[in-house]
Design a protein around this ligand. Structure first.
Ligand SMILES: [Zn+2]
Ligand SMILES: [Zn+2]
Length: 422
């Protein structure tokens, strides 16, 4: 009896992760169900699935490209959802925020989100559960607090799905490891399947040194960062290396900080996050923003990470011509985002003058690079097949080529809608 894996999203693309695993008796489990956003910021959904056939839905973490479409499955039915407690709390916040900005385009409302939360079984990292004869185990993914990989036993086949994964220790989470884990099939992300990140310690040293230079000259250091994960990582880094600095944090990064502090067991260096909360100042309202901009030597950490909106865009526009100040991009900059355009052209919109403030980019990725991914793949025991998702053409295929060369196992890079029999 075989198991069929169908990619409903994240097939040869980064975003809207959605993987359907089903056996010949029509028992089905859905791993993640996320959204992606098009150039006009309209949510793009994964391919459809009949919710009534799902035995369970398992969610790896609270980024919208993994959880954003899950409430859609609750329009006409109720199914059990498995995730960590922190992922549940964070997902609620992230989905509510998306509904505020793009509710018109979404095929669900608050009621469906409520149903999803009611049906959620909170499972802690490292533990396992049985649902309708299907065994599930959650393994630390090292990506953001609360994130997990999912190991599934179905019809004598063991399937391991990484979600988004990182192998290095950060202040927020400990790196992932698969040593000693057995699986016949590995479904792995490949966001950075063809490159290695520079050494994290060196990136941090250079970043801290550059921020110091800017504030010592009386400029403002603006750090646009994703609200979930990157903002708190940067704040914890400042708490450790620049506790004396005037650091402010704004937007949804504030509420997420509070949530993380309320769930200390998910945080690697909770001491540093607590210290950041004690030393640094959350920003409340526009009046305070104006005051901060007049201050000399302020450091501001704020979403949106790709400058698509939020307070980071507000600050950027006001610091635009200030040659003493600098913008530090610390997150992935997707094509056709203002952040990417700022890096390549020095503008964020047509017809504007080039930025006068300095612009830097630092690689603080929370995804494993090519070597980290290869290490994880090699650690898995009994591996027969590898399915590569959550990467673009270049990253997914280069990783596929390497796996095939070095391990000789079957490798697949399915498109959305394609299935692999395992
Ligand atoms: Zn993620
Ligand atoms: Zn992702």
């Amino acid at each position: 009896m075989s198991v069929k894996i169908t990619v409903l999203g994240a097939g040869q693309e980064v975003g809207r992760a959605a993987i359907l695993v089903e056996d010949s008796n029509e028992n089905a489990v859905l791993l993640d169900y996320g959204v992606t956003f098009d150039e006009s910021d309209i949510p793009v959904l994964p391919l459809g699935v009949k919710p009534c056939k799902l035995r369970a839905i398992a969610v790896t973490h609270a980024h919208l490209d993994h959880v954003g479409a899950v409430p859609m499955l609750f329009v006409s039915t109720r199914r059990p959802v498995v995730m960590t407690e922190l992922t549940k709390e964070l997902s609620k916040m992230m989905i509510e925020d998306m509904m505020k900005l793009a509710g018109y385009y979404l095929p669900f409302e608050h009621q469906e989100l409520e149903k999803m939360l009611e049906c959620t079984k909170e499972v802690s990292i490292g533990s396992e559960l049985w649902l309708d004869g299907i065994r599930m185990e959650l393994i630390n993914a090292g990506h953001i607090p609360g994130s997990v990989m999912i190991r599934l036993d179905m019809k004598n086949r063991t399937i391991l799905y990484t979600g988004d994964v990182n192998t290095i220790d950060t202040r927020l989470v400990r790196g992932a490891s698969l040593s000693g884990v057995e699986a016949n099939v590995l479904i792995i992300e490949s966001t950075y399947g063809n490159v290695d990140h520079p050494d994290r310690k060196r990136v941090e040293d250079k970043f801290i040194e550059t921020v110091k230079e800017i504030i010592e000259e009386g400029g403002t250091a603006l750090i646009p960062a994703f609200a979930l994960g990157r903002s708190q990582e940067i704040l914890a880094l400042f708490a450790e290396r620049m506790p004396y600095a005037d650091v402010y944090y704004d937007g949804m990064a504030r509420r997420i900080m509070d949530l993380m502090l309320a769930h200390p067991r998910y945080i690697n260096r909770i001491d540093l996050l607590k210290k950041a909360a004690q030393l640094f100042t959350p920003v409340q309202g526009t009046g305070m923003r104006k005051k901060i901009l007049k201050e000399k030597g302020a450091v501001i950490v704020s979403p949106a990470g790709m400058l698509k909106g939020g307070p980071s865009l507000y600050y950027l526009k006001r610091l635009w011509k200030d040659r003493k100040s600098a913008v530090f991009l610390v997150s992935y900059q997707a094509p056709s985002t203002p952040g990417r355009r700022l890096l390549s052209e020095g503008v964020i919109e047509d017809g504007m003058s080039r930025i006068g403030a300095r612009v830097y980019w630092f690689d603080f990725s929370s995804h494993a690079g090519a070597s980290g991914l290869m290490r994880l793949i090699k650690e898995v025991k009994g591996l027969e097949k590898v399915i590569i998702v959550h990467g673009n053409d270049a990253t997914a295929y280069e990783l596929a080529y390497k796996v095939k060369e070095e391990l000789g196992v079957d490798v697949f890079v399915p498109k959305n809608g394609e299935s692999v029999e395992v």
